[in-house]
Design a protein around this ligand. Structure first.
Ligand code: URA
Length: 237
């Protein structure tokens, strides 16, 4: 038997605290009955609904690391029938991506059916570092570098870059390759940072999430995370 709020959080719907609020707001049903109070425990065979939708109660948790190709959507399904990251993984588990990479961004993305881990990795207070390689228009000058060091204003809020280095410059084509690590999770954040600096991103790839590196995963390939890696991810909280 497990606490109802944990079961809801594990399904990836929301955090445990918010699950408690949903329960108290009368939005959670167990076997068709509204619960409305905390402290209820459920077994694997109980049917749990949140806002009228039955939640995913996969008992076996699965964790995958995919090297997402370009032209793939970071979601479970797509109205326009474009390929999604889930299509790449051969599993019966109801997995979903942790966060998103843009349609045209390549690189590492975690997929899991473990909502607790997904919440942990996406929660801003846990400051999970993600490293990207960006090919950008132009060459960075001193002012650009100072702005990258001190934080770049994006949509009215500063975006901080933890670390960056210029990996390469093409003086003829006037493009640069920059490696940068950020901890925040706003959508399109890398593209917006470089847009603010007037150096639009031409190509973007994520090469590292926390300690997980791309290694020899080719585009479209994936691997399961080891138990040790999953434990290490949990320890980042
Ligand atoms: N930042 C972006 O701009 N795009 C991504 O896909 C990821 C981070």
């Amino acid at each position: 038997m497990e606490r109802l709020q944990k079961v809801i959080a594990d399904a990836g719907i929301t955090s445990r605290r918010k699950a408690e609020e949903l329960i108290l707001a009368g939005k959670v049903r167990v076997n068709g009955e509204v619960v409305g109070e905390l402290g209820v425990k459920v077994s694997g065979s109980d049917i749990v609904e949140v806002d009228g939708v039955m939640i995913n109660r996969d008992i076996v948790k699965k964790y995958y690391l995919l090297n997402k190709p370009r032209g793939v959507i970071s979601s479970v399904s797509d109205d326009k029938k474009r390929p999604t990251v889930v299509d790449y993984i051969d599993t019966e588990a109801r997995i979903y991506p942790v966060g998103r990479l843009d349609y045209d961004t390549t690189g590492l993305i975690i997929l899991t059916n473990d909502g607790s881990l997904a919440n942990l990795l996406m929660h801003p207070t846990n400051k999970i570092p993600k490293t990207y390689i960006a090919k950008i228009e132009g060459l960075l000058n001193k002012d650009d570098i100072d702005r990258l060091r001190s934080g770049v204003m994006v949509d009215g809020k500063k975006a901080y870059v933890e670390n960056f280095k210029i990996r390469d410059k093409n003086l003829e084509k006037k493009t640069s390759i920059v490696e940068l690590t950020i901890v925040e999770g706003r959508n399109h954040i890398v593209k917006k940072i470089f847009e603010a600096l007037h150096h639009p991103v031409i190509r973007l790839s994520r090469i590292k999430i926390a300690f997980l590196e791309i290694g020899n995963l080719k585009s479209g390939e994936y691997r399961e995370l080891s138990i040790k890696e999953v434990k290490k991810l949990y320890s980042l909280k």
